[in-house]
Design a protein. Structure first.
Length: 121
């Protein structure tokens, strides 16, 4: 049986992206960054990791892959992420009754903050 161990995100500025995603998710580096690569993991190590790989590349819009971050406190988390340097993505095909907000990290990588309140997730 397979499971997802890590989602890999290509980045231009490893240190900046490391700081953002550590603050956003509360993740910690598994090891020190090496050769432009680091694996961020949940505290305690259990769960899916986020790997950051310094490979400068043109941003593809819309991205083929993005993260969905689940929370039962969507408004508070969106405000916190904006304060960390995320930006809100407007003008998308997001329906008016969507349970998600689209944001981008400091390098423009998009992710969604999904409201799980009342869903039992």
């Amino acid at each position: 049986m397979l499971s997802i161990g890590s989602i890999v995100m290509r980045v231009d500025d490893l240190e900046r992206q490391m700081s953002f995603w550590q603050a956003a998710l509360g993740y910690v580096p598994r090891d020190e960054p090496e050769d432009g690569f680091v694996i961020l993991q949940p505290p305690g190590g259990a769960g899916t990791c986020l790997s950051l790989d310094r490979v400068p590349a043109a941003l593809q819009i819309p991205p083929r892959l993005h993260l969905d971050l689940y929370t039962d406190q969507q408004d508070a988390e969106v405000h916190r992420l904006l304060a960390l340097g995320a930006t809100r993505i407007e003008g998308s095909k997001r329906p008016a009754d969507a349970d998600y907000v689209i944001l981008a990290d400091p390098e423009g990588n998009r992710f969604c903050v999904v409201d799980t309140a009342g869903r039992g997730n």
